[in-house]
Design a protein around this ligand. Structure first.
Ligand code: BG6
Length: 468
């Protein structure tokens, strides 16, 4: 029997985001973000036409939820402040008092319960009034975001000691400018690159503000790292393709956040294909000097890449796309989450951590998301109304074994957060895939019931590990 014991004070908990969990109530003062607005104009895009107002009602139920977090072994919890709730009109910068009250209560009650709040500032939720002005494509948003970040630090930074500038900055690029999952639903790689650049600059400026305030905490970013494997690691063309994919999707975000620079191979590629973003020379010093203290690693699945013969002209009608430079390799026999269709490759979490150890100065990090989305999860309900999600317990254990191995080999990994606590609303997929430790009955006032995995997590975290 093997034993997997984790360090004392390991951060155990879960992650969520404001836009996916809070919901809306009359009079809360929140303005629309891109999700509210998109749902109003195109509800058919959302699974079962369920929109963002119908989230798991954390705005109303946060006290009950904190008690449920205790019952499921949390010592920490990540969520995000909604920009469009705190500052309904970023052009005036006026703060919404209802929002301050809500976030103060949430933060204070979490701390009182012994659950450390990890607060993120941006989780795909561009205020609509800014999106109408170009969103991240417009450089003006960088300074408006920095003002918003500074206000958050001043309002809540006396108690919140772990801040994150953004969640998965590649996703607004992919969603908004490549694949059509987010507004503005364009297909324009050059715009996507500009957005990624503005996000990196905004993150560095927020880090600068935070450090200048000397509030005694740490600030980081949360990246969805997808270790990339070549189809055939003895074939130099496949290896080159995988290096490109890793560069575009991972290193373009890891490098500026941790090293303060952009990867030179990707910069060369941007130059070669006329994709360079517009920038000011002085930005580069800001990015260089304001690197993060702590990295959140979201890990769900790897990428697999094979070589592609690069054409002289883009393949599609929308100009160059990343897929013009590599072939997505669908590896036969790969293990799948049968419900969500994503590959399950547990060793990827270890590879991501070892990469950070070996190539990014072994910066302090933690697993900020990992999880298993399951469609129609209600079919696993037992007679007591509890979901028997043994598959989720197995999924977590299998990943934790690799986290443990990384720790043994010297990784500075400090915690593990599951996505998510309450089943929550998930962008275009709405409630299709359930991820939580706690189920939410949408037909019954969002009634919460702890799943088997929630009880298991409590036991596991009390022992700071498990045996198998
Ligand atoms: C993460 C995001 O990448 O994946 C979450 O940070 C998201 O916001 C989660 O909900 C799960 O993805 P999905 O599409 O299955 O809900």
């Amino acid at each position: 029997m093997a034993k997997y014991e984790f360090p004392k004070d390991f951060w155990w908990g879960s992650a969520a985001s404001g836009p996916q969990s809070e919901g809306r109530v009359a009079g809360d003062g929140k303005a629309d973000n891109i999700w509210d607005a998109w749902y109003q104009t195109a509800p058919e895009k959302f699974f079962n036409q369920v929109g963002p107002e119908k989230t798991s009602m954390v705005y109303q139920k946060y006290q009950e939820d904190i008690s449920l977090m205790k019952q499921t072994g949390h010592n920490s919890y990540r969520t995000s402040i909604q920009w469009s709730r705190l500052i309904p009109n970023p052009f005036t910068g006026e703060v919404n008092p209802e929002a301050v009250t809500f976030y103060n209560h949430l933060i204070d009650d979490l701390i009182a319960a012994g659950i450390e709040p990890f607060i993120n500032l941006y989780h795909f939720d561009m205020p609509m009034v800014l999106q109408e002005n170009g969103g991240w494509l417009n450089r003006e948003v960088v300074d408006l975001y920095t003002d918003y970040a500074e206000k958050c630090f001043k309002l809540f930074g006396d108690r919140v000691k772990k801040w994150f500038t953004q969640n998965e900055p590649i996703v607004p690029v992919e969603g908004g400018y490549l694949y059509g999952w987010h507004l503005p639903d364009e297909r324009n790689l050059k715009h996507g690159v500009q957005v990624a650049y503005h996000e990196a600059l905004a993150s560095a400026k927020a880090v600068e503000k935070y450090h200048a305030l000397n509030l005694g905490g740490t600030i980081g970013i949360i990246l969805n790292l997808m270790p990339t494997y070549p189809k055939d690691d003895t074939n130099p063309a496949d290896v080159k393709a995988a290096k490109f994919v890793d560069g575009f999707f991972n290193r373009s975000f890891l490098d500026p956040a941790i090293k303060g620079t952009f990867p030179s191979d990707i910069v060369d590629w941007l130059g070669e294909y006329d994709l360079m973003p517009t920038y000011h020379q002085s930005d580069l010093a800001i990015i260089k000097e304001n690197t993060i203290d702590l990295l959140g690693v979201n890990y769900y699945q790897p990428r697999r890449a094979a070589a592609k013969e690069i054409q002289v002209e883009p393949e599609g009608e929308n100009g160059w796309m990343p897929e013009d430079f590599y072939t997505v390799y669908d590896m036969p026999g790969k293990k799948l989450n049968p419900y969500r269709g994503w590959e399950i490759y547990e060793k990827g979490i270890y590879d991501a951590l070892i990469n950070i150890k070996d190539n990014y100065g072994n910066i302090n990090c933690f697993i900020s998301e990992n999880g298993m989305g399951v469609e129609d999860e209600a079919r696993f309900i037992n007679a007591d109304g509890q979901i028997n999600d043994d598959y989720r317990i197995e999924f977590i254990q299998d990943h934790l074994k690799w986290v443990h191995k990384a720790l043994e080999e010297g990784s500075n990994v400090h915690g593990y957060h599951m996505w998510t606590c309450m089943d929550n609303w998930s962008w275009l997929n709405a409630y299709k895939n359930r991820y939580g430790f706690i189920s939410v009955d949408l037909d019954n006032e969002a009634k919460r019931t702890i799943k088997k995995s929630g009880y298991w997590f409590k036991e596991m975290t009390e022992q700071n590990g498990f045996s198998d």
